[in-house]
Design a protein around this ligand. Structure first.
Ligand code: HEC
Ligand code: HEC
Length: 232
């Protein structure tokens, strides 16, 4: 039916409504008209063709041909030809280049694709997961959130204030008696704890991500995901 309908359509209708029924010279897009959307097998289409419309001639076609045309028009939905009716097959719809520009501006204070995010697109091949991972790292693997204890490998920053001096670094160990950290230049430091002294602050590593979350536009999100996916 679809094949036959396509032939009949191409003879009578293509000129005005376009080969893909999305509009041609003078005729509207048919796929989203109420007539086509509500029609099942030509029962609504038939009267329109019989009566014609302003700018559209009457068509005296046998019912079987009307059904065939209807089947052809509905095949765009079933076959998903009309992209707006389909869930996108991939969320990689962004512009990787624009994503790279955004990344350079927004993310390089903490990350580098040559270093900690090297090969991330190859490591996380599922685009949805990749997007989830960079949008809110703690949410996927239970990494980093302030409520959950930090898992191994998670960067937790710590600041220890002793003698009026604040020393910050990557947390190595903390218990009631000792806090150990590695300064940014690699120097290991360790302090004995006695109650509240020295003052120890754990810094939420994902604070940066939390702060950014409300700032991304849909386009930024798509673009950055496309860019990260290309980092193989
Ligand atoms: C000469 C140009 C022309 C041809 C040929 C033509 N149409 Fe149309 N068609 C139009 C125009 C113009 C309209 C919009 C009329 C309006 O706005 O009322 C239209 C409207 C329609 C509508 C929508 C009616 C509605 O009320 O929403 C359908 C369905 C339709 N055409 C189907 C067809 C089919 C199927 C064929 C081929 C058998 C065809 N048309 C051939 C010009 C054409
Ligand atoms: C203020 C610092 C900061 C900024 C800005 C920042 N991030 Fe992060 N990001 C982190 C921290 C900290 C982690 C957690 C690292 C860990 O758990 O090992 C992280 C984790 C990630 C991860 C998960 C890494 C992995 O290996 O699973 C991705 C991907 C990521 N960020 C991407 C981005 C992107 C893209 C941007 C910019 C839109 C960005 N980040 C901005 C600090 C930041």
């Amino acid at each position: 039916m679809v094949e036959r309908g396509k032939q009949i359509y191409s003879i009578h209708c293509t000129f005005c409504h376009g080969a893909d029924a999305r509009g041609g010279s003078g005729g509207p897009n048919l796929i989203r008209t109420a007539v086509v959307l509500n029609d099942k097998d030509g029962e609504l289409l038939g009267p329109v063709l019989k009566e014609g419309r302003e700018g559209m001639p009457k068509f005296d076609l046998p019912a079987s041909q009307v059904s065939d045309i209807a089947a052809f028009l509905h095949s765009f939905r079933v076959g998903g030809y009309d992209i707006s009716r389909m869930a996108p097959p991939t969320i990689l719809v962004g512009d990787a280049q624009a994503g790279e520009v955004y990344f350079q501006k927004t993310c390089t204070s903490c990350h580098s694709v040559a270093n900690d995010l090297k090969g991330i697109g190859g490591r996380i091949t599922d685009a949805k997961r990749l997007q989830q991972t960079w949008l809110m790292p703690g949410a996927t693997g239970g990494r980093g959130g302030p409520a959950a204890p930090p898992s191994p490998g998670t960067i937790v920053k710590v600041a220890v204030t002793q003698g009026g001096k604040k020393i910050t670094g990557r947390l190595v160990k903390i218990d009631d008696f000792v806090v150990a950290l590695t300064e940014d230049d690699g120097t290991p430091r360790s302090f004995t704890r006695d109650g509240d002294a020295p003052k120890v602050e754990l810094i939420d590593p994902l604070q940066g991500h939390r702060a950014l979350l409300g700032k991304y536009t849909d386009k930024d999100i798509h673009d950055v995901t496309a860019f990260l996916a290309s980092v193989k």
